[in-house]
Ligand binder design. Structure first.
Ligand code: AMP
Ligand code: ZN
Length: 308
């Protein structure tokens, strides 16, 4: 076994993409340094309040721990009410935040709005798309109401590389142009800043970080998720990675080089201008926001079912 590149002690792991032998202790420091560098790249002010969108999965758990080693953070968890699944996530989040002494802001979809993610399928076959709309809206609203400046999500380099390739394969240039790792706060439209500090951190590194530090996380996948295309593209990149360990990071680097071209193209297609939703007062591109329309549909379906 070679020596750890940083401290010279016996190495315990090898990061193939960087040809880097490390001991566990130096891996944790290396990981936290990458998170710190991401915050510096995004120019996050030292006194800004950050909340991690905590799902209980390994990515957001590793993000919460590593950020808390650098500065004060809070966590937000949305309980989606999925039978046999959501309770496990909630318990895991509670345990982690208690262990790390971090404030956990909870939002229970069932209690607050009378709906659960199990209802999403009734209005749209693409459950993940409805779930994404609901989560994005609520994370912003909860953060705004709690005077949080930035919401940090656990999107990792595997997610990013597969999203880039997927949109490229389907030719969705508008979505391709909109892949962001940082978006600033916009007071006028009640938008908090959004950051993805793990955008260059690989999924296996997040798992390794949690496992080394014995952080609690839930490995079980969401039982409602059917991400056929996403899974196939991920499998394709995973297979390429065997021969080219740096492929995922290379896709992201190349994306950055081409992003201005996609943005230019998307600008010609449709210009997005924000307004405030007539119903809830948060940002939208039409009169009523996607979230308000979705909740209305869900509540209608629910009431219909009830009266039968
Ligand atoms: P996903 O959309 O499930 O791939 O998750 C991407 C990121 O969104 C995670 O890494 C979390 O930061 C955040 N997230 C997902 N689900 C939740 C949830 N139920 N509550 C809070 N944040 C979440
Ligand atoms: Zn609205």
């Amino acid at each position: 076994m070679p020596r750890c590149r940083f401290c010279g002690k016996k190495s315990e792991l090898f990061l193939r993409y960087a040809r880097l032998p490390l001991c566990k202790k130096c891996f944790i420091a290396y990981y936290q340094r990458k998170v710190r560098e991401a915050l510096e790249k995004f120019n996050i002010e030292k006194d800004a309040t950050i909340a991690v969108a905590l799902s209980a999965g390994k990515d957001s758990v590793a993000l919460l721990h590593s950020l808390s080693a650098l500065r004060e953070v809070k966590a937000i968890h949305i309980a989606l009410g999925i039978e046999g699944h959501s309770d496990k996530l909630l318990e895991s989040c509670k345990k982690l935040c208690k262990d790390l002494n971090i404030e956990l802001i909870l939002f229970d979809l069932k209690k607050e709005l009378g709906i659960s993610a199990s209802d999403f399928r009734k209005i749209n076959k693409k459950v993940c798309s409805v779930c994404g709309t609901v989560k994005r809206y609520l994370l912003n609203k909860i953060a705004w109401e709690n005077s949080i400046d930035y919401v940090a999500t656990g999107h990792n380099a595997d997610d990013t590389a597969s999203a880039i390739l997927r949109n490229f394969l389907t030719g969705n240039i508008a979505l391709l142009a909109r892949i962001e790792f940082f978006s600033p706060k916009d007071e006028k439209f009640k938008l908090v800043g959004k950051i993805k500090p793990l955008y260059r951190t690989l999924e296996f590194e997040n798992k390794m970080y949690c496992d080394i530090l014995e952080l609690p996380y839930v490995a079980e996948q969401c039982p409602l998720a059917k991400r056929a295309m996403q899974n196939e593209v991920k499998a394709l990149i995973d297979s390429l990675e065997k021969r080219m360990p740096e492929i995922k990071l290379r896709i992201i680097t190349n994306y950055f080089k081409m992003k201005p071209l996609f943005e230019e193209y998307a600008k010609k297609e449709r210009k997005v201008e924000f307004k405030l939703c007539k119903q809830c007062g948060y940002a939208t591109v039409s009169d009523k926001c996607k979230f308000c329309k979705t909740i209305e549909k869900l509540q209608k379906v629910r009431n219909k079912t009830k009266s039968f």
